[in-house]
Design a protein around this ligand. Structure first.
Ligand SMILES: [Mg+2]
Length: 383
């Protein structure tokens, strides 16, 4: 940083002069105050890049002055170097505790004061720049989140066709690689849950590719058969990402169900993610085809589809892998698919409106202090 502004606080004018002379190699922009009170008054007007603070001053001493500076959010990040007469460890500790970043023992060595000031001005400048850049990145990600949330269907839309349903959507980051779609194409209600490769920003980009393609397939091409929807989605993703020429294995795991609520008909097709049914307190897993949507490895795919007979009281669940893969519990292990199925059987007894909260609670209980490792989405419904 060229010509940083430095405030020297010392009641002894000789010390101010000596420090100023030493710093003339670093900057010409030097302010001084002969008391703590004066320093605080100056800080109401200007934000220097660094403060050199004497400890022993009549009136407010250096420690107290720094405590007050640190209590002011606008000035708190200005680095303070204490000027200590005594090379005593207690004074140094108190200086650090008050919020100082360093100290220089009097009488000053020019080289030392220059080196310490330059180091802390640099750290301070980089920290400020980093904070600014982080803010810009977060602004843009938060904006992306708004776009992504606007693209997801509202739970009320789903509930208009499937009154007994819920969505638990709990992304790991601000934006999500998990996404879901709902299409009301009377007599069909089509529900799709997908988990894109990656989470965060790359996952979110994949989710936009997936959502755009799915809406074309169902709403423009009028395709309602779950297996055909997956075939088309796979072809679209490979084409959009140019995977047949350039390779790449980005894609998504998807469960698609097509339901006619009035006739109690249900068809499903699944890529890499199973589909669950709870009946009489028991969870059945309907296995997925072992190939994902997208990816150059597999060439052209044909997904299988099946219909499921529905009995009164059946509850169905679509879920991404984020819950079962979450580390937690006493030993920090994964929750595991088997326990997840047991959990579904347990919560299926609850009224549907309470199930999302129950799953959320169990997730938090399991996770404890562990960070969430992946996006978590679970959709449940009863006909
Ligand atoms: Mg996942």
């Amino acid at each position: 940083m060229a010509n940083p502004q430095i405030l020297i606080v010392d009641d002894n004018i000789v010390n101010v002069k000596v420090a100023s002379a030493a710093l003339s190699e670093v900057t010409t922009n030097i302010l001084s105050a002969n008391s703590g009170e004066r320093a605080l008054a100056i800080l109401n007007r200007v934000r220097p890049d660094l403060i050199l603070m004497d400890v022993n001053m009549p009136g407010m001493d250096g420690y107290e002055t720094v405590r007050r500076i640190k209590a002011n959010p606008e000035a708190a990040d200005i680095p303070v170097i204490f000027l200590t007469a005594q090379d005593d460890i207690r004074a140094k500790v108190e200086g650090f505790e008050a919020g100082g970043v360093d100290y220089v023992v009097k009488p000053f060595q020019h080289a030392e004061i220059i080196a310490r000031v330059q180091t802390h001005v640099k750290v301070h400048t980089l920290t400020r720049e980093l904070a600014k850049e982080r803010e810009a990145v977060m602004d843009s990600i938060n904006y992306a989140r708004r776009i992504q949330r606007a693209m997801l269907p509202k739970v009320e839309q789903i509930q208009a066709r499937l009154p007994e349903s819920f969505v638990l959507f709990r992304p790991k980051s601000v934006v999500s690689g998990d996404f879901f779609c709902f299409f009301d194409r009377d007599p069909w209600a089509i529900l799709i849950l997908a988990d894109s490769t990656g989470h965060g920003v790359p996952g979110a980009l994949m989710s936009v590719v997936g959502m755009a393609s799915l809406s074309k397939i169902v709403e423009e091409r009028d395709i309602f058969d779950p297996a055909t929807i997956l075939d088309e989605l796979d072809a679209d993703v490979r084409k959009l990402l140019n995977q047949d020429e350039e390779g790449g294995n980005d894609g998504m795991d998807v469960v698609t169900v097509a339901i006619q609520p009035a006739r109690k008909l249900l068809y499903y097709s699944a890529a890499m993610r199973p589909f669950y049914r709870v009946r009489n307190g028991e969870t059945t897993e309907f296995k997925a085809d072992k190939m994902p949507i997208g990816g150059a490895l597999y060439g052209e795919k044909h997904f299988s589809g099946a219909s499921l007979p529905i009995e009164p009281g059946d509850t169905f669940y679509l879920a991404t892998d984020g819950f079962a893969d979450q580390f937690g519990g006493e030993d920090g292990k994964k929750y595991m698919a088997k326990n997840f199925m047991t959990l579904l059987a347990r919560i299926a007894e609850l009224p549907i409106a309470e199930q999302a909260a129950a799953l959320n609670e169990e997730f938090d209980r399991w996770r404890g202090e562990q960070p969430q490792i992946d996006d978590v989405t679970i959709i449940g419904f009863r006909l």
